[in-house]
Design a protein around this ligand. Structure first.
Ligand code: LLP
Length: 456
């Protein structure tokens, strides 16, 4: 019997982003897959499919890895901040905050979710390249630090601070001009980006801020992209940021917070080999420490904003297999009961994942190649262009790994398909953290104008 499986790989317990599967993944005596001590098949019997599952231990290990590494390489003056766009919920806000992390939000919705989840206001930062007046007011009223992205933000904050008649601390986001190897849609640090001030504009900006009565430039922010495996760009970023602190000094600004963004990649497939959280933090910390020492600069507080590497590996999605369609000599389509509405990443970024059958996770005797299609009315709704699986049939379950980040948070109701439920698993217990939508929920905001009702 031949066994081909990524499930055989040794688990890195310290840095979950280096594994394909959650750290608690195991195979039960009956040969079936379990995560967080829960049999996936039993969870499906109770909660149906498609089903998002998050493993608490993996989540906590990722948070601790950032906390511990920052403590080790940058003692006493750091804050890891969870980028909630990766997976925003009251539960996630609560969990990261219980691990001592802060949270980054980019909309009133994410801000509200963070506050409801119990993240302390002073540990929240508010981003966005087109914040509304309402969002800015909400953040100011709640004492949430705003990351100024452009002149439009600056103008409105100056106005608000004048009205309030007191100091307002701000951070500014700039584009450091660093190129990194990742999909162009998720690359943000190069000069041609919609986010942040261009580095060449910073002196003008510093002068502008000096000219305001109440704005206090507290910190700098830059984020160079996402799903990055190289360490060099973050080393460069640390150095550039310290140079910017020095430039700001000439205008009388004492910047004492550096936020280096997120971006550390995760292992989606066997060919992915991201650095560990420890290595990533070490690189960025040493780069800042060395640059500060060289320039006789007091160490600023160091912040980073991981999203994917906190939550992605903790998450899996379970689908039920439905229709098969064999096109002789070409391919066999296997269709599942979800797809691009619960995971838009393959169709958006051509992202690759790893998957296995729940009742044959080691893929014993795999001999079939399938194209795994979603159920949406779109030819590109394909989760796997080609995957090798053992014999499977309608009704079997398939588990896709690494779906904790940018799946539920980017999900949609395309084709009026309700969003799956999300569960948390821990030590054999499963709890709902997001309820399954029903088709009726989707009607909630539809309105038929009165005159149409009369006409019918
Ligand atoms: N900070 C800022 C300002 C960001 O824009 C992002 C991600 C992060 C932190 C977190 O980056 P991470 O650690 O997750 O790489 N939807 C895309 C990813 C978009 C990332 C957007 N910004 C995907 O599914 O790959």
């Amino acid at each position: 019997m031949e066994e081909k499986s990524f499930l055989k790989q040794k688990i890195d317990k310290e840095s979950p982003n280096r594994n394909i599967v959650p750290v608690t993944t195991s195979i039960e005596v009956d040969g079936k897959l379990s995560v967080g001590g829960c049999s996936i098949e039993e969870l499906v019997n109770k909660y149906d499919t498609p089903l998002y599952i998050l493993d608490e231990i993996t989540l906590r290990k990722s948070c601790k890895a950032y906390k511990n590494a920052l403590e080790k390489y940058y003692p006493g003056k750091s804050l890891p901040i969870y980028a909630s766009k990766a997976n925003s919920s009251i539960f996630m806000s609560n969990l990261v905050s219980s691990e001592g992390l802060g949270l980054d939000a980019v909309s009133e919705g994410e801000l509200l979710t963070a506050l409801k989840g119990g993240v302390p206001n002073e540990k929240i930062v508010f981003h966005g390249n087109n914040k509304s007046d309402k969002e800015i007011e909400f953040a100011v009223r709640n004492n949430i630090k705003i990351i100024v992205d452009n002149d439009y933000d600056l103008k409105r904050l100056e106005k608000i601070s004048n009205l309030l008649n007191h100091d307002l601390e701000i951070m500014i986001r700039f584009t450091p001009g660093i190129e990194c190897h990742t999909h162009e849609y998720i690359r943000t640090g190069s000069f041609d980006s919609k986010f942040g001030f261009g580095i060449e504009y910073l002196n003008t900006l510093f002068a502008k801020i000096s000219g305001t009565k109440y704005l206090k430039l507290k910190g700098l922010h830059a984020h160079i992209g996402s799903q990055i495996f190289e360490l060099e760009p973050h080393k460069d970023l640390g150095e550039i940021m310290v140079k910017v602190i020095l430039a700001a000094k000439k205008f009388g600004h004492n910047i004492d917070e550096l936020n280096v963004g997120g971006g550390l990649g995760i292992k989606y497939t066997e060919s992915d080999d991201p650095p560990s959280i420890d290595e990533w933090v070490k690189t960025i910390s040493s780069s800042v420490v060395e640059a500060c020492k060289k320039n006789n600069l007091e160490f600023p507080t160091l912040m980073c904003e991981p999203g994917r590497s906190i939550v992605s590996t903790a998450g899996i999605t379970i689908y039920k297999i439905g229709a098969f369609k064999e096109i002789p000599g070409i391919r066999t389509y296997l269709s599942v009961d979800g797809g691009m509405s619960d995971n838009p990443r393959p169709i958006t970024y051509q992202s690759n994942y790893s998957a296995c059958l729940v009742n044959n996770p080691f893929n014993i005797d795999s001999k079939n190649k399938y194209t795994v299609a979603g159920k949406h009315c779109e030819s590109g709704d394909v989760l796997f262009k080609e995957i090798e699986l053992a014999d499977c049939k309608t009704g079997d379950l398939i588990c896709v790994f690494g779906t904790g980040a940018y799946n539920i948070s980017m999900s949609s109701n395309y084709n009026r398909i309700p969003r799956p439920a999300a569960l948390l698993v821990h030590e054999g217990e499963a709890e709902i953290i997001q309820k399954r939508e029903s088709p009726f929920d989707l009607l909630k905001y539809d309105v038929l104008p009165d005159r149409f009702i009369k006409r019918n």
